[in-house]
Design a protein around this ligand. Structure first.
Ligand code: AKB
Length: 360
């Protein structure tokens, strides 16, 4: 009733994309003054998740409350969409300056080298994924920030149960990416217990979006859309029956946001598995063939096959569902429909137009 009243009188715009678990949580969120919304810094902001994450959080908290950062020169579109700054996660003083000058409350720490690219440059992966994380964790402790660090299905290895992989089980990954993520989970939990750091971590599966990922093992599930819609063909670097957990980006970012606003007393742990579905390249190709009937997929496994073979096939996220109400919205059918539309409208048609314009 009270919630209805607040919404009806329109005290404040309800936060978009948030599933409210309890009435008191809803009231606390909705009745808080806009000025008391968190000020959020996103590191590694120009990777696969950063810009969409900024969009979601800006729609909830306002444009100025979310600062996207990276060491990459941004496009006009990025600069025009909200605050963007340079931030090097290896420069502790620089990070301190940002937190102080912008009065940051939350850090969403996306900077990392993914599984396949990490194997090609282990020293760099150690610097970015481990030293960078140390800086961010220490910073969050010093300034009492809430910190989100993504982990991954890659934090498990060949000794872990693969179908399903529970929240707590043996973790002996065989990639530097996985090792750095297990390290991140443990150091975050340690800082939480020792210093009261509000550390929050979700283990994501392969995330599928039309913003391409860079250097992961699950990237095929994005690349196939671009190649199939442009050429009708795709050469996959994994075997057709390689089953991996996956999630559409909207579900991924919504899980992140819902987790970040869950009251701490609901969290039984600081690291949770989340997922939406599991499929193989062959199953994805079959679904995509509904849109590209002549689709021809060939298979040429490379070193990424070894990584995929050591990862979970089905991810058990029942603890996230039980403790803070995680629910996915997108299954394989819906995901393929959305990706086909998005890639077609925003990439393939634009490229064709560009080509036609330059020929004419
Ligand atoms: C990768 O493939 O490295 C990532 C992941 C599953 O963490 N997409």
């Amino acid at each position: 009733m009270i919630l209805k009243k607040i919404l009806n009188v329109g005290v404040i715009r309800p936060l978009r994309g948030i599933k409210l678990q309890t009435q008191s949580q809803a009231i606390r969120l909705i009745s808080c003054d806009r000025k008391s919304y968190p000020k959020i810094l996103i590191t590694g902001g120009l990777g696969q998740l950063g810009t969409e994450c900024a969009k979601l959080l800006r729609s909830a908290y306002g444009e100025e409350h979310v600062i996207l950062s990276d060491i990459i020169k941004p496009s006009d579109e990025i600069v025009n969409s909200g605050p963007y700054i340079f931030a090097d996660i290896l420069d502790f003083k620089g990070l301190q300056k940002i937190v102080v000058n912008h009065r940051i409350d939350w850090i969403i720490h996306f900077s990392a080298l993914l599984s396949a690219i990490g194997e090609q440059n282990v020293p760099l992966a150690v610097r970015v994924n481990i030293e960078g994380l140390h800086n961010v964790i220490e910073l969050a402790k010093q300034y009492k920030l809430r910190v989100f660090v993504p982990s991954t299905i890659g934090a498990f290895g060949p000794d872990s149960p693969r179908n399903p992989t529970p929240n707590v089980t043996i973790q002996r990954p065989r990639t530097i990416y996985g090792v750095s993520k297990v390290h991140g989970e443990l150091i975050g939990e340690y800082y939480h217990h020792k210093f009261g750091l509000d550390f929050r971590c979700l283990r994501f599966p392969g995330v599928i979006s039309s913003d391409p990922p860079g250097g992961g093992t699950t990237d095929y599930a994005v690349a196939i859309f671009f190649d199939a819609l442009k050429t009708g063909k795709y050469e996959c670097y994994l075997k057709p029956d390689t089953r991996l957990p996956m999630m559409y980006i909207d579900d991924c970012l919504r899980s992140l946001h819902e987790f970040m606003i869950t009251p701490p007393e609901k969290l039984k742990r600081r690291v949770y598995n989340v997922t939406a579905m599991s499929f193989t390249p062959e199953e994805l190709a079959n679904e995509l063939a509904n849109y590209v009937p002549e689709l021809h997929v060939s298979y040429k496994p490379d070193t990424r096959q070894l990584i995929a073979d050591s990862w979970p096939q089905v991810f058990d996220d029942s603890e996230a569902r039980r403790d803070w109400g995680w629910e996915h919205k997108y299954d394989l059918k819906k995901l393929v429909e959305l990706m086909v539309n998005d890639v077609m409208e925003n990439y393939v048609k634009k490229e064709r137009k560009h080509y036609t314009d330059s020929v004419v």
